[in-house]
Design a protein around this ligand. Structure first.
Ligand SMILES: C[S@@+](CC[C@H](N)C(=O)[O-])C[C@H]1O[C@@H](n2cnc3c(N)ncnc32)[C@H](O)[C@@H]1O
Length: 334
C-alpha cells in the first residue's frame, strides 16, 4: 500500500528501480518480475540488458494492459497471470534474477471500483486477482475476535477491538458494502487526525487488504520459491513498503545468509547453516532525496538484495520468519 494509499504515486515512476539496476549490474539472462504492475521494473530490466523477462501479476487487468508490449519488445517478454508464491513453476530454466515490488499498484488504488481506497467510494472489494472472497465478505462475516486480530496483527491498529465492535454493530443494521461506509465506521472510533497525520482508516484498510490477498503467506512462499528458482549467482531484489513486510524480508535474508543468530538470539543454533544467499545490501536501501521529491510515495520503500549461492534451497520456516499472526484463513490459489 506504499504506506500511503492516497494515490500520490505516479504509476509511471517505478520505486527504487535505479538502485536495483545499479546493484545488480551487469544485467543479463533470464529475469522474472513477480509483481509486473505497470511494467516499470520489466521495462527497466529489458533496457538494462536482460535477454528475457517473465512478467507475473495476479491481477488480470495489469497484464491485459501490457499485451501489446510483447511484440514491441520483440518477444523478449512473457506475461503470466499467477502468484509469485509459485514463481518457480513459470520457467523450465533457472533464473538469473527475480524482482518483487510488494503491495498494490497505483493503478489498483486509483480505480475506485477495485475497492482499495478509503478516499474514493467503491465496492468493498480489494482483491488483486479479482476472484475469491472480497473485503466485503470478510468484513460482513468474520467474527468480532477475528476482525480485531486482523486489524491488530496486519495493521498494527491499537484500537482494533473498538473498531471490530463498531463493524459488527454496523453490519447488524445493514451489510457494509462500500469503501466509504467502512472508512466512516472506522473514523468514528478514532480521534480526528491532526494536520500531517494519516487518515484514520489507513491501518485498518492495510490490514483488511493483507488478509483478503493473504499477502504475508504469499511473501514467505514467494521468497522460498525465488530461492528454488534462481541459479547460483542469481539475484533476488525485494522492495517492501511497510515495516511488517520489511521484517519478513529482512529475516528471510538473515536466515538464508547464515545469520540466523541475529534473527532470533533465543533460537537453538542450527548445524545446516551453509549460506543460500550472500547479502548485497547489508542495510536496506531507501530512496534518495531526489526520488522522494519526485515521488513522495517512495519514502517508506526499502530495498534488499541477495545473491544466490550454490547451497541447496530449503523449505520456508514461517515461524522463524515471524509471520504476523493470526494465520490467514485457508488460502485458495488466486
Ligand atoms: C507495487 S505494484 C508493482 C509495480 C511495478 N514494479 C511497476 O514498476 O510498475 C505491485 C503489483 O504486484 C501485484 N501483486 C501483489 N501481490 C502479488 C502476488 N502474490 N503475486 C503476483 N502479483 C502480485 C499487484 O497486483 C500489483 O500489480
Amino acid at each position: 500500500m506504499r504506506g500511503d494509499p492516497m494515490g500520490e504515486r505516479d504509476p509511471h515512476i517505478p520505486v527504487l528501480l535505479r538502485p536495483i539496476l545499479e546493484t545488480c549490474a551487469p544485467i543479463s539472462g533470464l529475469w522474472l518480475d513477480g509483481t509486473f504492475g505497470a511494467g516499470g521494473y520489466t521495462r527497466g530490466l529489458l533496457a538494462a540488458g536482460a535477454d528475457h523477462v517473465i512478467g507475473v501479476d495476479r491481477d488480470p487487468l495489469a497484464l491485459e494492459m501490457a499485451q501489446g508490449w510483447i511484440a514491441q519488445f520483440e518477444h523478449k517478454l512473457t506475461l503470466v497471470q499467477g502468484v509469485f508464491s509459485e514463481l518457480d513453476t513459470y520457467s523450465d530454466k533457472l533464473l538469473d534474477g527475480v524482482v518483487l515490488d510488494l503491495g498494490v499498484s497505483s493503478m489498483q488504488l486509483d480505480l475506485a471500483e477495485r475497492g482499495f481506497s478509503f478516499m474514493k467510494d467503491g465496492p468493498l472489494d480489494m482483491r488483486m486477482s479479482q476472484d475469491g472472497p472480497s473485503a466485503a465478505e470478510l468484513v460482513n462475516t468474520a467474527d468480532e475476535t477475528r476482525l480485531a486480530d486482523i486489524l491488530y496483527h496486519y495493521g498494527e491498529e491499537r484500537a482494533s477491538r473498538r473498531i471490530a465492535r463498531a463493524i459488527v454493530e454496523a453490519r447488524a443494521r445493514e451489510p457494509i458494502t462500500t469503501t466509504l461506509a467502512l472508512a466512516e465506521i472506522i473514523s468514528r472510533c478514532l480521534p480526528r487526525p491532526k494536520p500531517g497525520q494519516s487518515h484514520p482508516a489507513t491501518r485498518s484498510f492495510q490490514a483488511i487488504r493483507i488478509a483478503v490477498n493473504t499477502e504475508f503467506s504469499e511473501l514467505a512462499e514467494g521468497l522460498a520459491a525465488a530461492e528454488r528458482a534462481l541459479k547460483p549467482g542469481g539475484l533476488l531484489a525485494v522492495v517492501s513498503f511497510h515495516s511488517l513486510e520489511d521484517r519478513i524480508v529482512k529475516r528471510f535474508f538473515q536466515l538464508a545468509s547464515g545469520q540466523e543468530s541475529n534473527a532470533n538470539r533465543y533460537a537453538p543454533a542450527r548445524a545446516d547453516s551453509a549460506a543460500r544467499f550472500d547479502l548485497l545490501t547489508k542495510r536496506a536501501i531507501g530512496p534518495d532525496d531526489q526520488e522522494v521529491s519526485e515521488n513522495p510515495r517512495s519514502r517508506s520503500a526499502k530495498l534488499r538484495i541477495g545473491r544466490r549461492t550454490s547451497a541447496p534451497a530449503q523449505a520456508v520456516d514461517a515461524a522463524a520468519l515471524g509471520l504476523p499472526e493470526p494465520p490467514a484463513p485457508k488460502k485458495g490459489r488466486r
